[in-house]
Design a protein around this ligand. Structure first.
Ligand SMILES: Nc1ncnc2c1ncn2[C@@H]1O[C@H](COP(=O)(O)OP(=O)(O)O)[C@@H](O)[C@H]1O
Ligand SMILES: [Mg+2]
Length: 279
């Protein structure tokens, strides 16, 4: 099984990710601009959370803070039972290398390595990683790319490249996968296939995911849709609850997923209210 690396320090029932009042600004003096304004939410084990919102609303900043790639100015971030503000540099590096996988819009594959070489790359930075090649092949198999293991990224389509990047993210069997617009460089059909692959990995390997996406059909995969606007969370829609309580209302969740933060969520709230709300 790829994924789900149980973390001894964390109780099963605790959220995998928890943010409390996370704030972040960029710039100095008068040009200082808030990018995240007291953002709080929790992600339970096994959730597939879609994070949507207009360009510039703070999605990437938020994802980077969750992944320990960036620090908030204030607030608390807990991932897999670790307080990222308290944890040692060594423990943080270990968390990032082993327990959290990242997938980006631009793939970030190395052109001079084969697919296999790219997937095995994380093993180069950590000791005691036996069977690296075998495990890399297993990851490639997981994403349907085993047959092309010997090819270089330049010989692949966009969708194939992203599959290899996903295989690389899965290589260390992370408990958490953070994906920043992973379908942003793909055509819509390929994008849907990649979303379906994420949904499958989430379901079958119990990997907790946050997916920043504009993909319209994401609600079919997501358990929850968070919408950001100007650094704030403006909506938190439980897709499962919607589908259970009103069958056909997955359309409302699709609207939420597709909502670019431009007022559509008001429309969504009105629709939810007319059905008695999401809870
Ligand atoms: N390193 C940085 N320095 C200064 N401003 C930044 C930096 N990173 C992001 N920003 C600003 O923060 C805001 C949010 O950016 P980002 O998190 O990338 O949004 P999104 O991913 O939703 O498009 C934008 O206005 C962006 O210009
Ligand atoms: Mg972004």
């Amino acid at each position: 099984m790829v994924g789900f690396d149980p973390v001894a320090t964390q109780a099963e029932s605790e959220p995998v990710i928890r943010l409390r009042d996370v704030s972040k600004s960029y710039g100095l003096g008068r040009s200082r601009t808030p990018v995240l304004r007291a953002v709080s939410f929790a992600v339970e084990r096994g959730e597939l959370l879609a994070l949507v919102g207009q360009s510039g609303s703070g999605k990437s900043t938020l994802l980077n803070i969750v992944g320990g790639l960036d620090l908030p100015d204030s607030g608390h971030v807990e991932v897999l039972g670790h307080d990222l503000g308290q944890i040692s540099d060594r423990a943080l590096a270990r968390l990032r290398n082993r327990d959290i996988g990242f997938v980006f819009q631009a793939f970030h594959l190395l052109d001079h390595l084969t697919c296999l070489g790219n997937v095995m790359l994380p093993a180069a930075f950590s000791r005691g990683q036996g069977r690296a090649e075998e495990r890399a092949m297993e990851s490639l198999r997981r994403v349907g790319m085993a047959d092309l293991a010997g090819r270089r990224p330049g010989e692949l389509s966009g969708g194939q490249k992203q599959r290899v990047a996903i295989a690389r993210a899965l290589f260390s069997s992370p408990a958490v996968l953070l994906c920043d617009e992973p379908t942003g460089n793909l055509d819509s059909k390929t994008g849907r296939e990649v979303i379906e692959l994420f949904a499958e990995i989430n379901r079958e390997d119990n990997v907790t995911m946050i997916l920043v996406t504009h993909e319209r059909r994401v609600s079919q995969a997501a358990t929850r849709v968070l919408t950001m606007r100007d650094g704030e969370l403006v909506d938190n829609v439980d897709v499962g609850a919607l589908e259970e309580s009103h069958g056909d209302d997955s359309a409302a969740a699709a609207d939420a997923a597709d909502n670019d933060g431009g007022g559509e969520d008001v429309h969504l709230r009105a629709r939810l209210a007319s059905h008695g709300g999401p809870h």
